[in-house]
Design a protein around this ligand. Structure first.
Ligand code: UDP
Ligand code: MG
Length: 342
């Protein structure tokens, strides 16, 4: 798809949204890698805001961020009141960012900052969403890769909205898309699905996902399983509705078997044995009913959580950098000039 460039603004700002949870060792390498790639873009009229969302870290992450802010006034810190999870932290970032576009990015350098100029370039060509797709996930474990494949396959089979495979949260979204995302009210946020749901003109860039630069992944097997459940239940009601069909098939089968038994009894007389088939069918039906009720519970739990209308996150503080000294100088000069005027 070719898109005519529509974005000719001379100066634009891009917000990097960086959720951090116990990442004291990752911040310094992240900032130096990011500076290296984004600072040259300044000459092209592209400025950056580094919006860190401290998601209830219990180590020195916040202190490190504040210290980094003294050296770089493009850093802004949203400090959440506790750990709300990455999805909520990203939502906080998207709500608060001021850029003409935003890029959610992990602090562990698994989303390579070298891709940022490419994402921005595509955006300037006129795309509203630029996805970064992992074409090689060999840095992830075998299990994680397999389960991820299975998840995408199942999700896209039954969900109302397909999510692109192997695309994480690392992507660029235009201001228009940010505003659209803000209008989605759900409390439990499966961001990959929400990003896909809003649509807009989309371009894709492929990259190789590296291993974590330091620290360990915050997503264990159990968390990932729940994350997958969240994705499927947020965007599909198939698991809820499929019971109508399963029940239908079993009823038709039972009816046919009942009719067969009656006819057999009429013609061949009463047949006492049948203990095994009785037991098997009872257990089978009992099991399937429990699964059905469990799935109802999954959805009901989510309805309950949505209906409580609790906020997605709570902000403890929003730490802005003090205005740059050169801004102050410029403002001072302006005030003097206006004072000099008659
Ligand atoms: N993260 C967060 N809150 C959490 C868990 C993770 O803000 O509760 C952040 C984390 O600091 C990192 C990003 O989300 O910047 C991705 O986390 P991680 O690298 O652990 O996930 P993985 O790459 O293993 O999927
Ligand atoms: Mg990671």
């Amino acid at each position: 798809m070719t898109v005519v460039s529509i974005d000719n603004r001379p100066n634009v700002m891009v917000s990097l949204i960086i959720p951090v949870h116990n990442e004291e060792t990752a911040i310094a390498p992240f900032l130096s890698a990011v500076h290296e790639t984004v600072d040259p873009l300044r000459a092209r009229g592209i400025d950056f805001e580094f919006l860190f969302v401290n998601d209830g870290s219990r180590d020195t992450t916040l202190e490190q961020l504040i210290e980094a802010q003294h050296r770089d006034n493009r850093i802004r810190i949203l400090d959440l009141s506790r750990n709300f999870g990455k999805e909520a932290a990203m939502t906080a970032g998207l709500d608060a960012c001021r850029g003409d576009a935003a890029i959610p990015i992990d602090v562990d350098l698994q989303d390579p900052p070298t891709l940022i100029p490419l994402l921005v370039g595509k955006w300037r060509e006129g795309f509203d969403v630029v996805l970064a797709r992992r074409c090689d996930r060999s840095s992830d474990s075998y299990m994680k890769r397999q389960t991820a494949t299975l998840f995408y396959r199942l999700h896209n089979l039954i969900a109302s909205q397909e999510i692109p495979r192997n695309v994480g949260d690392f992507r660029l979204v235009d201001r228009q898309v940010i505003e659209a995302l803000k209008r989605l009210p759900e409390r439990r946020r499966f961001m990959k699905g929400l990003f896909a749901w809003v649509g807009y003109r989309t371009a894709v860039i492929d990259y190789v996902r590296d291993a974590r630069v330091s620290g360990t992944s915050k997503f264990s097997g159990w968390k990932l399983w729940n994350f997958a459940l969240e994705g499927i239940t947020s965007f599909s009601t198939v698991p809820l509705e499929i019971w109508t069909y399963i029940g239908g098939v079993i009823s038709v089968g039972s009816f046919a078997y009942g009719a067969f038994t009656i006819i057999k009894t009429v013609f061949l007389g009463i047949d006492v044995p049948g203990y095994a088939s009785l037991l098997v069918s009872m257990l089978f039906l009992g099991g399937i009913q429990l699964v059905g009720i469990g799935i109802l519970g999954q959805y009901l739990g989510r309805v309950y959580n949505e209906i409580k209308q609790r906020p997605i996150y709570l902000l403890r503080q929003d730490i802005e950098a003090p205005a740059a000294p050169d801004n102050l100088v410029a403002m001072d000069a302006m005030l003097r000039r206006s004072a000099d005027q008659p």
